[in-house]
Ligand binder design. Sequence first.
Ligand SMILES: [Zn+2]
Ligand SMILES: [Zn+2]
Length: 96
Amino acid sequence: MPVIKHVHKYLRVRSYRDRKYITWRCVLPTCSHTIAHSFISGKESVCWKCEGKMLMSGRALQRERPTCEKCRGIKQKKALEKVDAVLEGLDLKDII
Ligand SMILES: [Zn+2]
Ligand SMILES: [Zn+2]
């Protein structure tokens, strides 16, 4: 069967033999590609949220299902808005 070239969609998995040993596995049904954790940095992957292309680096490596910077950015922005809302809810004048 010909191997169709694609961007792997990586899922972080632990080795069956050694639970401390982390590997990354492509979850696409036609692919059995795996790569050691030490080689994943800088590789292309598919974002679990928007299905767009992304690079495996930094914070993406800390997640079992990595998402691209754009998707993480949206999440961070939402978290910041939440903090703002909490701060607005507090009447700081009363405290000061
Ligand atoms: Zn693949
Ligand atoms: Zn994304």
